[in-house]
Design a protein around this ligand. Structure first.
Ligand code: IVH
Length: 697
């Protein structure tokens, strides 16, 4: 046998063993034998480099790191599912399906619909493209129309076939499914992390997401990620079976893992029985699920039902209720946020709920504590769903001990001692709204930037990615800088030197250098980012952009009165008051001056809405990968020139800027007759616009 033939035979054998192991749970050989085949293939490839190929199983160790992920447009959008929690919502879905399918055929009324029912995996959606049975590339879901090209990472997953089995696959095939971590693999991985003294992952979902989005595929290769297929995006060149359940069987035959728990069921009764059954099995399943998914089984019927906005009419996610657990509330402590809002936090006896061990839960605000009648020492029900912050749902009053204590908001800030004031006027920070979404009274530390807690949060916000974007300035570092009185205000950051950083714990010389470089780099910014970074209450990114655009210069913003402020789009009396209060505070003025003196700059009039030029007032949509600019960068240039960037194409869109692999947005533009331009044409438009390209000052 020639070396080439042997290499081919080994690759085919190893891939087949991968599939037997990962997709069929039925390994034919032991680990030692597998390792032996693998070693032989590696040796042959080393001897004959001309035989190397990307779809050799030896390449699953991971390719070279990437500077960033490229954007990849999906050939057809990756949609989301409508959710249901209650049985009557499922009944309504089944009725809509029957009505939808019965249109024009009285005979079908009352007939039960067949569904394919599957677990709803709690991982990350990905799409895999195959050409002639070879894995070409793979992407995350992203915003549904385009995601990130994580091909190199996905290739490291042994549960993803690099070549399909059999021969009845479509020449062009896009398989969709979920990347996740099995509970057992997750537990083992965390054990290893613990042994190495490294940070443990919170839950399998976060671990899977973090692992898949590594720029270095060699890291991904070390993480136990699994893929499960649940559908097909596009298929050209061969007919698909008539039903979804047969399609899943076909995917399994081609080598993809699919849920063992998949089932074909009839009518509403079948759906509900399946839900109950999987609910009972849930805790014993090898992976986390957050519900089940029902899909009309017949593919032709799916096509007839079609889609409403972002979700198919033929499918439904029937979710499990958020997990609840009972534990003891040991204490209530106070957290001070960036704008001084005091949030009461329940300190709990550790309890495992919703996939994580919970030791803290939010109590939102004082009114919530009163409403739920929470006492320190109470036995409480806590709830956690997905990535949501755990919360105390209710107390079990019958279990209240005699020495349970009522909680009172402190009159002074627990961090700095300043007076606490209650205000009813605004939303405060995240998580302070009452259950019904009504603004609740917020207790606030009046210490402003005198308060170290507020100072830390303000610094973190200032440095955050969408503000001044100072990479490497995280909580631990800010904590030390503030506690050691090295940094008091954002302006102090620009006075930092190697000496000041030298004494800090766990900051290697190299990271100190990197941090200083990042701080230096942040000096060149935009007016909008700068305004946002200042962290005025109620001024988010969008408002900051509007303020920059309207006033065009910081000086004009600082001196604007209420009426002038309210001329800005989206700025009402509350926001205007917050901005004015901030700008008239002498301490804030001083920090701003110091920042400017330290060299923080932007092109002074960049924000002014240029009224002339080809870009001002025009609406742009960016899609696909542009040759040189990232989409964020292109967006900033457009906005700096007075244009607007939106996410979806409509009749109001003036230009669609399309790069490589542009997908549905490009199609939509063509349908609507919107001008489609490329990066070169965009740059030409920007050049023709005044003040378009930020000057370096
Ligand atoms: S089908 C057009 N099946 O749920 C419908 N999705 O809310 C496409 N998911 O992003 C989705 N398990 O990541 C489908 N068995 C399953 C699923 C599933 C998990 C996720 C998927 C999607 C989200 C939609």
């Amino acid at each position: 046998m020639s070396a080439s033939d042997r290499v081919q035979a080994l690759r085919a054998a190893i891939e087949r063993h991968n599939i037997e192991y990962y997709a069929r749970d039925a390994p034919l050989i032991g680990d030692a034998e597998y390792d032996h085949l693998f070693a032989e293939l590696q040796a042959l490839e080393a001897e004959h480099p001309e035989l190397l190929s990307v779809d050799s199983p030896t390449q699953r160790v991971g390719a070279a790191p990437l500077p960033e992920f490229a954007a990849l447009a999906h050939a057809t959008p990756m949609l989301s599912l409508n959710n249901a929690f209650a049985e009557d919502e499922v009944a309504a879905f089944d009725r809509r399906v029957r009505d939808g399918l019965a249109v024009g055929s009285a005979a079908e009324v009352g007939v039960e619909v067949n569904y394919s029912a599957e677990p709803k995996f709690d991982g990350l959606a990905v799409s895999l493209s195959y050409q002639d049975g070879h894995l070409l590339r793979g992407a995350t879901r992203g915003d549904g129309s385009s995601g990130e090209d994580v091909s190199a990472n996905l290739r490291t997953l042994r549960s993803i076939p690099l070549r399909l089995q059999g021969s009845d696959w479509p020449a062009v095939l896009e398989v969709r499914g979920e990347v996740l971590m099995l509970r057992s693999d997750f537990a083992q991985m965390n054990e290893r992390q613990r042994d190495k003294g490294e940070k443990e992952f919170v839950n399998p979902r976060n671990a899977a997401a973090g692992s898949l989005r590594q720029l270095d595929p060699r890291i991904t290769a070390t993480r136990p990620l699994r893929f499960f297929a649940y559908g097909v995006g596009i298929a050209e060149g061969a007919a698909l079976p008539a039903t979804h359940s047969e399609l899943l069987d076909r995917l399994a035959a081609w080598g993809f893992p699919v849920a063992r728990e998949r089932r074909r069921v009839a009518g509403l009764a079948g759906l509900l029985a399946y839900y109950a059954e999987i609910g009972r099995q849930r805790s014993a399943l090898p992976y986390d699920i957050d519900g089940v998914v029902y899909k009309v089984d017949e593919l032709a019927a799916q096509a007839r039902l079609g889609f409403v906005s972002r979700a198919p009419r033929f499918a439904l996610a029937h979710k499990f209720a958020a997990e609840e657990a009972v534990t003891e509330l040991l204490d209530i402590t106070i957290q001070v946020g960036r704008t001084g809002a005091l949030t009461p936090v329940a300190r709990l006896k550790p309890v495992f709920v919703g996939g994580v061990t919970v030791i803290n839960a939010t109590l939102h605000n004082e009114d919530e504590i009163r409403r739920k009648d929470v006492h320190i020492g109470d036995t409480v029900v806590v709830r956690r769903a997905g990535d949501v912050i755990p919360e105390v749902v209710r107390v079990l009053p019958e279990k209240r001990p005699v020495d349970a204590r009522r909680f009172a908001m402190p009159k002074n800030c627990p961090v700095c001692g300043s007076i606490v004031v209650r205000s009813e006027d605004d939303k405060g920070e995240k998580g302070e709204k009452g259950d019904k979404g009504v603004a609740a009274a917020v207790a606030r530390c009046s210490g402003g930037l005198y308060c170290p807690a507020q100072r830390k949060q303000a610094l973190l916000h200032f440095a955050s990615r969408r503000a001044m974007d100072i990479e490497g300035l995280g909580d631990k570092l800010v904590e030390q800088l503030v506690d050691n009185a090295i940094v008091r205000t954002p302006a102090d950051l620009y006075q930092l030197g190697v000496v000041a950083l030298a004494g800090l714990e766990r900051l290697a010389e190299k990271s100190a250098g990197n941090l200083l470089a990042a701080i230096e780099k942040s000096k060149q910014t935009t007016l909008a980012r700068f305004i946002y970074a200042l962290g005025m209450r109620n001024v988010g990114e969008a408002t900051a952009r509007e303020l920059a655009r309207h006033f065009g210069s910081l000086q004009r913003l600082l001196t604007a009165d209420d009426a002038q402020l309210q001329e800005v789009a989206d700025v009402g009396p509350t926001v205007a008051q917050c901005v004015r209060q901030f700008c008239s505070e002498p301490h804030n003025r001083m920090v701003i001056e110091q920042l400017r003196a330290a060299g923080v700059s932007w092109s002074e009039s960049e924000g002014a809405m240029p009224s002339a030029g080809a870009v001002a007032g025009k609406v742009f949509v960016l899609t696909g990968t542009l040759p040189s600019l990232s989409r964020d960068a292109a967006g900033e240039l457009i906005m700096a020139a007075g244009g607007k960037v939106t996410a979806s194409v409509s009749k109001k869109t003036h230009f669609v800027v399309a790069g490589a692999e542009a997908g549905s947005k490009l199609e939509k533009a063509q349908q609507l007759g919107v001008s489609v331009i490329d990066e070169g044409e965009l740059l030409a438009l920007l050049q023709a616009s005044p003040l378009a390209v930020p000057e370096s000052t």
